[in-house]
Design a protein around this ligand. Structure first.
Ligand SMILES: [Zn+2]
Length: 320
């Protein structure tokens, strides 16, 4: 470490600077440097004790409050982090990072309106920060303010057109607004930049599915399953696509792959039964419905289909 006054090298544990005699134990900057050093090594509790001490000597030490807030935030102590950042704002000449981090902590606490205000303050200081606009968009989204979320996210991706997380969330917002075509374009942009972004590729499949582009959706979900074989929603949606396309054998195979990952999903068994009914495989359908009802005895559709299955079998009774 260096002495904050004369820059001579000093031991971390030194009480005075050998060179200039500075009292290091009571020097706010030296305490801060010690704390930052510990913080970067992951020794957060120890770091906090040095910031606490620095702030005892100089309660208005903005940098100390800010870093203390970062450490508390990392610790998951968000309420304390908010109060540290608020103290850091007092007398801070360049408060962009502080407003941003304050917004993050408020968002984490679910204090969304406050987070919106903090991100807006950060944005006003640094309008070129795509990250701030992205976070602002997330806050609006969690408040179900879709139009405001869209505006912020569109600004973010205008600043950084390859900002995949922002493109992805924007796609989700636009899809929720019912604009599937625009959502498809956005998810394709994510896919182009980051082909292993499973969630975006899956949502692209969903947007295609909602648009009735089932064959394109199959291609998409196939790709997701290939990249992320343990992601159960992909084979389930493949089952849905194939079922709607009338390719019942493929559909059943896909639902079964889904059930290997998630054996307690009654819904998949009901869909399998539906496919088997379409193929006149009544015994297999009954078996599938029994599996569904074993998992979820009150499942309305399973109970309905099982009753219906009885009626389908009755024509063979004597007297009909
Ligand atoms: Zn010195």
């Amino acid at each position: 470490m260096e002495c904050p006054k004369c820059q001579a090298r000093v031991m971390t544990s030194a009480k005075f600077c050998d060179q200039c005699g500075l009292n290091l134990v009571e020097n706010v900057e030296f305490l801060h440097r010690k704390a930052v050093d510990l913080y970067h090594r992951g020794q957060i509790d120890e770091a906090l004790t040095f910031w606490d001490r620095a702030l005892e000597y100089e309660p208005g030490f903005s940098k100390g409050h800010y870093y203390r807030g970062l450490a508390l935030y990392d610790h998951g102590d968000l309420a304390e982090a908010v109060s540290a950042f608020q103290q850091a704002l007092v007398g801070e000449a360049e408060p962009f990072r502080v407003w941003f981090k304050l917004g993050m902590a408020q968002y984490g606490l679910g204090n969304l309106e406050a987070s919106v205000e903090s991100f807006q303050r950060a944005h006003a200081i640094n309008p070129g920060s795509a990250e701030t606009l992205y976070r602002l968009g997330l806050s609006h989204l969690r408040m179900s303010e879709l139009d405001a979320a869209r505006t912020s996210l569109e600004q973010a991706v205008r600043i950084n057109p390859k900002y995949t997380r922002a493109l992805y969330i924007l796609g989700m917002v636009v899809a929720q607004q019912g604009d599937q075509g625009e959502a498809i374009d956005l998810f394709r942009r994510v896919e182009a930049v980051s082909p292993t972004y499973t969630a975006a590729r899956f949502e692209l499949g969903m947007a295609l599915f909602r648009q009735g582009k089932l064959r394109e959706a199959v291609e998409q979900f196939d790709g997701v399953e290939a990249v992320s074989p343990r992601f159960a929603p992909a084979p389930y949606m493949l089952g849905e696509c194939h079922r709607k396309l009338g390719v019942f054998g493929e559909a059943v195979a896909a639902y079964r792959r889904m059930l290997e990952l998630n054996p307690d999903d009654a819904e998949a068994w009901v869909r399998i039964a539906e496919c088997q009914l379409q193929q006149d495989l009544l015994d297999a359908a009954r078996e599938a419905l029994d599996k569904a009802l074993a998992i979820s005895p009150q499942h309305a559709e399973a109970n309905y289909l099982k009753k219906h299955l009885g009626e389908m079998a009755t024509p063979h009774k004597p007297g009909f």
